[in-house]
Design a protein around this ligand. Structure first.
Ligand code: ASP
Length: 587
């Protein structure tokens, strides 16, 4: 046997056993005539000792060890003189009898410690060394746990795990496709799936009833912090269901995951309509761990001579409890904060409900009673601070959403360890793009309109279409969208109308999605599904904001893998084989 035990399992009860361990040298410490070697593997660290009684050849070998050497060590488990309460093996050490260097190691470019001295870039380049560190290892163990728990739940609910292909043709999730040139068919390309959407719907047509897959998806999107060009979803689909069945089944899955992975219980997952979420929180994924709802003030503050508000399509505010004491400097800083391009507000108006009366940046234009009325609308009380933004409705709501989250964070209301799940329902089916003068699918083109809105949808009237609600839902936790899905269209006429509304010609729709619409001619059951962002779910469980920490080999913010140096050029022969014009090759 290569090893009798791992580096994480020996205890005092094992004293006097002869054991063999294998692992990496974490650290070598010399103390008088003694040498202590911390040997590490995936399971933990065990101390090896070299003292006067250790055979001479081993003493000499121990002299030459460096960090990250790989050893096989044989010895006797003994009780430590000075115990280490911080690690489970801290009561024992191994008095060495044999030592074999299996692999020498160069000095690693950064310290393999919980707090490493290596910067992010360096660690990414040597990801295999970074993966040896406990925090990274624990993140991957957590990821494994979450995947297993999800599988257990879905298996118990009769879901079948079925793989779908990676070399396919365009899927309709709204991002760009990654494409793969075909060597056998020059000038033709596969696309990597943005999701298995069409295949899971075909599985429903095929009668598989309940499908899931923990699956890689590929989206060639513009760079944004914490986006990965390839990421993992728990992708699911069910036949013979209505929205309620989906919310029950996957609410149940979330309950189980939170219970088993974190020990967190929640019985009830509240629901909120998209319209309410936008009105009260300014976004479709509200963090409902705290209140501080947005209130619209438009009619109330207009017509009093303040041009900024008068010319705005929307004026709204939030009330930050207990913040009336904010200094001029703090308010200036907050004003700068809302003016940052990411937030995009033009300015910030405030009303302080101080002990000695109301103080406001807009009191030139408003009588104290008018400001009192605004305070009443926001439910503000003495000691509170009202923050007001104005402008275009969409942008202002978005800015208020960000401001609310920021104030929530500053006030300590976005508590770690507290979880507030939410189903957001009744999304609009379509998104009208004024510039392009066309509709886009808010979710994807297979999402069904709500039964009540079907006749509006079929009418094809532009204004009516803007109001049609989708049978779509998102699962939101603490302001993060963890999953989303919809009940699908399974009626050919409705699907055709959808393609028409989205501006596809019948030929175009046929070329892109004919395989699906054809399949629907052969007996399509009513169906619906959902997909959860698995990397994001893991980062939520791990209490981190970065999904990269939960991916073994992630790409950086520029969509590069610096360890293997990808993307990279390929040689001319390969290009030629693929029938790709080398003359046009970009440098
Ligand atoms: N395919 C969708 C997505 O990736 C999820 C779904 O509708 O099931 O967002």
């Amino acid at each position: 046997m290569y090893r009798t035990h791992t580096c994480g399992e020996l205890r005092l009860a094992d004293a006097s056993k002869k054991v063999t361990l294998a692992g990496w040298v974490q650290r070598v410490r010399k103390l008088g005539g003694m040498t202590f070697i911390d040997l590490r593997d995936r399971y933990g660290v065990t101390q090896l000792t070299v003292n006067e009684k250790t055979p001479e050849n081993i003493r000499l070998a121990a002299e030459k060890l460096g960090r990250e050497f790989v050893l096989q060590a044989e010895g006797v488990v003994v009780e430590r003189a000075s115990k280490n309460g911080k690690i489970p093996t801290g009561e024992v050490e191994i008095s060495l009898l044999e030592l074999r260097v299996l692999s020498a190691a160069e000095v690693p470019p950064f310290t393999i410690e919980d707090e490493s001295d290596g910067g992010e870039e360096l660690r990414a380049k040597y990801r295999y060394l970074d993966l040896r560190r406990n925090p990274v290892k624990n993140a991957l163990i957590l990821r494994h746990r979450v995947a297993q728990e999800a599988r257990k739940y879905l298996d118990a609910q009769n879901f079948l795990e079925i793989e779908t292909p990676f070399l396919i043709k365009s899927t309709p999730e709204g991002a760009r496709d990654f494409v793969v040139p075909s060597r056998l068919h020059h000038g033709e390309f596969y696309a990597l799936p943005q999701s298995p959407q069409t295949f899971k719907q075909l599985l429903m047509v095929a009668g598989y009833d309940r499908y899931f897959q923990i699956v890689r998806c590929f989206r060639d999107e513009d760079l944004r912090a914490d986006r990965q060009p390839e990421f993992t979803q728990i992708d699911c689909e069910m036949a013979f269901v209505e929205r309620e069945d989906i919310l029950q089944t996957f609410g149940g899955m979330m309950q189980r995951l939170f219970r088993h992975v974190l020990g967190v219980e929640f019985d009830n997952i509240p629901r909120m309509t998209y319209a309410d979420a936008m009105r009260d929180y300014g976004c479709d994924k509200p963090d409902v761990r705290f209140g501080m709802k947005i209130k619209e003030l438009t009619p109330q503050v207009q017509g009093k001579g303040f041009a900024v508000f008068d010319s705005a399509a929307y004026v709204g505010g939030i009330c930050a409890e207990g913040c009336a004491g904010y200094t001029r400097k703090q308010l200036d800083e907050l004003t700068e904060w809302v003016k940052r391009p990411q937030i995009g507000a033009k300015g910030l108006a405030y009303i302080r409900l101080a002990e000695d009366g109301l103080k406001s940046s807009i009191d030139k234009f408003y009588a104290p009673e008018e400001l009192q009325q605004v305070a009443a609308t926001l439910g503000a009380k003495p000691g509170d601070l009202i923050l007001i933004l104005s402008g275009n409705e969409k942008q202002t709501l978005n800015a208020l959403c960000e401001l609310r989250l920021e104030m929530g964070a500053r006030l300590g209301l976005r508590r770690r360890g507290e979880f507030a799940p939410l189903w957001v329902v009744d999304f609009p089916l379509l998104d009208w793009d004024d510039e392009a003068q066309r509709f886009y699918a808010m979710h994807h083109p297979f999402t069904s309109p709500q039964p009540d809105d079907l006749s509006l949808f079929m009418s094809g009237d532009r204004e009516a279409l803007k109001t049609v609600r989708a049978d779509a839902y998102d699962f939101v936790m603490n302001g993060v969208e963890l999953g989303g899905g919809s009940i699908r269209i399974f009626d050919a006429a409705i699907q055709q109308q959808m393609f028409k509304v989205l501006g596809f010609t019948p030929e175009d729709a046929g070329y892109k999605f004919g395989f699906l619409t054809n399949a629907f001619k052969f007996g399509a059951p009513p169906h619906g599904g959902i997909a959860f962002g698995f990397d994001r779910l893991c980062s939520m469980f791990g209490g981190s904001d970065s999904i990269r920490d939960y991916i073994a080999f992630p790409k950086n913010n520029a969509a590069r893998d610096t360890m293997i140096d990808s993307p990279s050029h390929i040689d001319d022969t390969q290009l030629k084989e693929l029938g790709i014009d080398i003359a046009g090759k970009s440098e």
